[in-house]
Design a protein around this ligand. Structure first.
Ligand SMILES: CC(C)(COP(=O)(O)O)[C@@H](O)C(=O)NCCC(=O)N[C@@H](CSSC[C@H](N)C(=O)O)C(=O)O
Length: 354
């Protein structure tokens, strides 16, 4: 409406936007075909693909945020959240998406903040966000929490929701006013990998006070720039069938552990749908990447139970029926456990003189 007050630009929304394809730089026919996932070629992915055009903006925001907290020795958690996409056309009409609403990441970020961590929230643009997830358009529509004033002239928060909303609002404002939460978006797996690498390298200044909590659902396969079509695929051009030939995504977790963040504590999630392979797959990931903790979860039961897999063994965390009835966030149990492990990790590093 002309003249109506401009809505506040929420500090929860980053200054960069990722969902519109950067059609200028995504295609580069000069890039040779190469299997991205073999260890030797892994870094070729970063060397041969151009970084997202907005990366320098993110780099300066992240550096400023990290220095702000490093000065006061505050621990920083990088929480990744949401699914990455694999565009099938440069002017993207179709893309392969990875399942994730972003609830795990957004909820976990709240509990890290509650425990005094600063949080860099590397999230799929438009997925669930800390605090606003309680009243987002996809879960509890915020309009259902409002009523009209008796004279019908004003909007008010419904009396029965005042208490719970005040708790969320206070936490949101506290994070905002104390610069504790930095929002960094991604959409494609390409954007995710370049941004994760950048943040990991900038976080190295924090050493073991940094923790990586990798809840994002990352694509395992992608369409290399060398063969992505420029425009929307026309069915007549492909004889009515669409055959997609994807390359494996570089095993970035190995790079993260070995070189981008060699001192930080790293927690990854393993998502399966078959319970018979969950623990073995999580253990394989732990052995392959040699980080500290893999949290296994099944798509079907991810909100009620997870399994911690470490070098010492595995341990299930399950909500009991009462907790399920009470809508307890399983992250309210997961995150404090991880923070205890992070503190033990820091003590062990100090004892080793690192
Ligand atoms: C995505 C969910 C299930 C949360 O759901 P929402 O609350 O709806 O957001 C999360 O808990 C999770 O498992 N996240 C990790 C999922 C994932 O993709 N994990 C990868 C490991 S990280 S991607 C690593 C890459 N594949 C490699 O091997 O280097 C995997 O299972 O393979």
């Amino acid at each position: 409406e002309p003249g109506s007050p401009v809505p506040p630009t929420s500090p929860l929304l980053s200054r960069v936007h990722t969902s519109a394809p950067d059609t200028e730089s995504a295609i580069d026919r000069s890039i040779p075909e190469f299997p991205a996932a073999t260890p030797i070629d892994e870094d070729n992915y970063f060397r041969l693909h151009r970084p997202p055009p907005y990366l320098s903006q993110i780099s300066s925001d992240v550096a400023e945020f990290i220095n702000f907290h490093h000065r006061v020795n505050r621990k920083v958690a990088l929480v990744t959240s949401g699914g990455t996409t694999v565009p099938l056309e440069n002017n993207t009409v179709r893309f392969i998406d990875n399942f994730s609403a972003g609830t795990r990441g957004a909820t976990s970020a709240e509990y890290f903040l509650e425990k005094g961590y600063a949080v860099i929230f590397l999230h799929r643009e438009f997925s669930m966000l800390p605090y606003s997830r309680h009243y987002s358009h996809t879960t509890n529509c915020f309009l259902d929490y409002l009523t009209e004033s008796p004279d019908g002239k004003k909007v008010e928060v419904d009396e029965k929701f005042q208490k719970e909303m005040l708790v969320v609002l206070k936490k949101y404002r506290y994070a905002q006013e104390n610069n504790l939460l930095l929002m960094v978006p991604f959409t494609t797996v390409h954007q995710y990998l370049f941004t994760l690498k950048l943040i990991a390298q900038e976080m190295s200044v924090i050493g073991y006070d940094a923790i990586f909590y990798l809840a994002a659902a990352v694509s395992d396969f992608f369409l290399p720039s060398s063969r992505i079509p420029q425009h929307k695929i026309q069915s007549k051009e492909v004889g009515g069938k669409l055959v997609v030939d994807l390359e494996p995504v570089p095993k970035f977790l190995r790079r993260l552990v070995d070189s981008w963040a060699p001192i930080a504590m790293i927690v990854s999630f393993k998502l399966e749908t078959d319970n018979t392979i969950l623990i073995s797959k999580a253990r394989t990931a732990l052995k392959r990447y040699n980080h500290q903790l893999v949290i296994g979860n099944l798509l079907q039961t991810r909100k009620k139970q997870v399994v911690f897999v470490t070098a010492e063994g595995e341990r299930w965390i399950k909500l009991d029926p009462e907790q399920i009835k009470e809508n307890v966030d399983i992250e309210s149990i997961i995150v404090p456990e991880i923070i205890n492990s992070h503190n033990a990790w820091i003590e062990s590093r100090k004892r080793m003189g690192l």
